[in-house]
Design a protein. Structure first.
Lengths: 461, 198
């Protein structure tokens, strides 16, 4: 940071959507921060998207509503957008651009960090293998999250992903270590009531103390949404790699982020890709998702749980599709389960945590975790087939063993999947319920678990 | 004869009924005992569950209370610190405003003008300053061919605002703008003096 400022230009050539084209510009740099000043003295922030031929295209974060060509000026600040960071950001609530929203002053900064982050050196990355307990049985037991992983939640419009996100934020913890744990929560384009719910939920549970909230509400300018995940990740990286904390970053809703990206792309008249999203959507999403991980020799970690609502519940939509290529698995919420009133309505048959195998077992959760999880997955899958069959031939046409599988399906949904929004289950409790489900089956149906574990944990009816 | 037979029969029936009742009672007693014995482990389990649920709830409430009071204390601390920082700032700004306009200050103005014309890449500029610095700036402008002093003064602590003659470019090099840009770092310095953020 220097005392020297930037030049203010008053020749605005064009205002188009969220973009402002400034004429006769010299020495502007790509991504440089710009202060737009209106005739009335109002200041808005933006960044340079393109420079050349004496012109600069500036993307205005707070939107261009109310701006006019005459009287508007653009000051090129001479630095990139930075986020002031310090340990004091914990317990604070910021807006989508990283400005305090809780009535308190700006945090006293320890450092100012470029919000675009620095790419992690692939050579320095450490393979994620430590368990994070979310207290949500279905995630801990069957789609286990590990420190440094990026595990998105694919949801649909109106489903309970925000309640789940808040529950994870309140309950998530690292077990078996005294390392500090923090949650960075970025709400992108959410309704005001949802933003308030997140804030109150963390405040009332006492979890706000270890959390940082970035709230970009639906009535905030769409362009601000481009910045929100980046400022959140900048803070997360600082907490993780400078202060050695294990940080869980929850980004909801990434669909709103992608829509903002589409808006800018359309305004720039770029050739549209699938469903009008820019062709670089994959690359852009990767600049966010790839900021999760662990580094060799550094104590902390950044774990990401991005949440996105799939338009029309379409998993082949470009946003979930491209997200799935980058992330390490996915948690899919099922519309059928949601309609049945199951919370959390996670469809385990479509969900997967690719790094789960390395974060569970003896020394991290329990030695039988992997096998019991596989067995329940198998049994629930069979239960779904039996349910489909019962829909055709009726229950009377099913064999005894089929009926037992149906029972497994019911117990799975009612006792394992279903959980109160304030119920924080330990991994031991989760595994006990998994064994209760498996114990509905006769021992000869248990083919994926070693006999010694069956002898130890099988619950005779 | 008939009476004694009747009495015997009644006795027999009574005896049989008594035995049956006793047997039933014994049976019921042993059933009840069995049920009670069976329910002991269930009760113990239930008891353990109630205790562990209660403990969880207590932990939750403890976390809530500690979390919110910690935050409240921290927030009050932040507000108090900010008030102190503002006081230091105001005092510092007063001192700057009342600095004597000679010696070092003249050199500073020279540097500010130099910097501004370099950034705008021209000396054909209009320079605005406050009423206190007007004469000083006028005397310094002779070094910059084409530079003019604006007839209108501006309200600032010191320094200059330099505009290109066509009005397309402006560079704010006032002390106020420079302090504003450095404010986050100055705040940190002040906070450090108060023993915060070391």
């Amino acid at each position: 940071m220097t005392a020297k400022g930037g030049v203010q230009y008053s020749k605005i050539a064009e205002i188009k959507g969220p973009l402002v084209v400034v004429d006769d510009v010299e020495n502007a740099a790509f991504d440089e921060l710009v202060e737009i000043e209106t005739k009335e003295g109002e200041r808005r922030l933006g960044k340079v998207l393109e420079v050349g031929n004496g012109k600069a295209i500036v993307q205005v974060f707070e939107g261009t509503t109310g701006l006019s060509i005459s009287g508007t000026s653009a000051k090129f600040v001479g630095k990139l957008m930075e986020m002031p960071v310090s340990k004091e950001v914990l317990g604070r609530v910021f807006d989508g651009l990283g400005r305090p929203k809780d009535g308190l002053p700006d945090p006293i900064a320890d450092k100012f960090i470029d919000i675009n982050g620095e790419p992690m050196n692939p050579e320095q990355r450490e393979y994620p293998k430590d368990f994070i307990q979310t207290g949500v049985s279905v995630i801990d037991g069957m789609i286990t999250l590990v420190r440094g992983q990026k595990l998105p939640i694919f949801s649909g419009s109106g489903m309970s992903h925000n309640i789940l996100a808040a529950q994870i934020a309140r309950q998530a913890n690292v077990v078996g270590t005294k390392d500090d744990f923090a949650v960075v929560f970025a709400a992108i384009g959410v309704q005001y009531s949802e933003a308030e719910y997140f804030r109150r939920s963390l405040e009332e549970s006492g979890a706000l103390k270890r959390s940082v909230l970035f709230l970009n509400t639906a009535d905030d300018p769409a362009i601000e949404r481009i910045i929100t995940p980046r400022v959140a990740l900048t803070v997360a990286e600082y907490l993780a790699f400078d202060l050695g904390m294990h940080v869980l970053v929850i980004l909801t809703d990434m669909t709103n982020y992608a829509e903002a990206l589409r808006e800018i792309s359309a305004a720039r008249e770029e050739v549209p890709g699938r469903k009008g999203y820019p062709g670089y959507l994959y690359t852009d999403l990767s600049t966010i998702y790839e900021r999760a991980g662990k580094l060799n020799g550094r104590k902390g970690s950044v774990t990401q749980v991005p949440i996105l609502s799939m338009p029309s519940d379409d998993i082949t939509h470009p946003i979930p599709d491209l997200t799935g290529y980058i992330t390490e698995g996915q948690v899919v919420l099922g519309r059928d389960l949601f309609r049945q009133g199951v919370y959390p309505p996670i469809n385990i048959l479509m969900s997967l945590s690719r790094l789960m195998k390395d974060g569970i077992g003896a020394g991290s959760t329990r030695e039988d975790h992997s096998e019991i999880s596989n067995q329940v997955y198998d049994a629930y899958s069979r239960a779904q087939e039996v349910r489909a069959l019962a829909g055709i031939v009726g229950k009377a046409g099913l064999t005894d063993i089929d009926l037992k599988y149906m029972d497994v399906g019911d117990v799975f949904e009612k006792e394992f999947l279903t959980q109160a929004t304030d119920e924080n289950r330990t991994i031991e409790e989760t595994l006990t319920i998994l064994w209760k489900i498996v114990s509905k089956l006769p021992k000869n149906e248990i083919t994926k678990i070693k006999d010694k574990y069956v002898d130890q944990y099988y619950q005779e009816n | 004869m008939t009476d004694s037979l009747l009495a015997k029969s009644i006795d027999k029936i009574l005896e049989k009924t008594e035995k049956e009742i006793l047997a039933n009672l014994e049976n019921s007693f042993s059933n009840t005992k069995q049920t009670l014995d069976d329910s002991i482990p269930k009760l113990e389990q239930e008891f353990d569950k109630i205790i562990s649920d209660g403990k969880k709830e207590a932990d939750k409430i403890e976390k809530q209370i500690i979390g919110s009071s910690d935050l409240e204390v921290r927030n009050k601390h932040l507000l108090t610190l900010e008030i102190a920082i503002d006081k230091v700032f105001t005092k510092a700004l007063d001192q700057i405003a009342n600095t004597t306009r000679s010696g070092d200050y003249s050199n500073l103005m020279n540097t500010l003008l130099d910097e501004s014309t370099k950034i705008l890449s021209t000396t054909k500029v209009i320079v605005s300053t406050n009423s206190k610095d007007k004469d000083l700036v006028q005397s310094l402008l002779s070094k910059y061919p084409g530079a003019e002093l604006s007839s209108q003064t501006i309200n600032c602590l010191g320094g200059v605002i330099v505009k290109s003659k066509d009005g397309a470019m402006k560079f704010d090099n006032t002390l106020d703008a420079r302090i504003q840009r450095m404010k986050p770092l100055i705040r940190k310095e002040i906070a450090t003096k108060f023993g915060v953020g070391n």
